[in-house]
Design a protein around this ligand. Sequence first.
Ligand code: HEC
Length: 142
Amino acid sequence: MFRGIALALCAVAGFAAPAVAAGDVAAGKKVFNRCKACHEAEKDANKAGPSLHGVIGRHAGAVEGFKYSAAMAKAGEEGLIWTEEKFSEYMVKPKDMIPGNTMSFAGLRKPEDIANLLAYLESVAPEKAEGAAEEKEAAPAE
Ligand code: HEC
C-alpha cells in the first residue's frame, strides 16, 4: 500500500520534473548561437566541434570524420548516449561530466536555456528525438 503511494508520487514527480518538453524552439535557436563558433546543426557539418545534427539519442563520440579527444571517445565506447538527461548534465559544466574532453565551453547556468536548446536540437532532427524519448522511458529510474 505504501509502495503503491510512493510509486504514484514518483509518477507525478516525473511529469513535473524539468519540463524538457516545454522547451521553446525559437529561444533554443538563440541559445545555439553560443555554440555556433564550434558547432553546426546541419548534418555532417563539423567545425572545431562535431555536427550536433541528431545529437539527442546518439552515442557520444560518434560523428564520422570528427577527431574526438580520447576522453570523449572513451565515454562513447563505455556506452554514453546523449539522452535528454545526459545532454542536460553535460551542458551544465562539460568539464565536470567528462574530465579531459576538449570542449572549451564553461557551461549553461540557466536550466531553461538547456531545455530550449534541447527543443531546438530535437526540432532539427525529429526522427532522432523520438528514439531518445523511448530510451528515456526504458531507462531505469535513478
Ligand atoms: C569553443 C568551441 C566549442 C563551443 C563554444 C561549444 N562546443 Fe561543444 N564541443 C566542442 C568540441 C571540441 C567537442 C568535442 C570534445 C571532445 O572530443 O572531447 C564538443 C562536443 C560536444 C558534444 C558531444 C558531441 C558528440 O558527438 O559526442 C555536445 C553534445 C556539445 N559539444 C554541445 C555543445 C553545445 C550545445 C554548445 C553551446 C551551448 C557547445 N557544445 C559549445 C567545442 C565547442
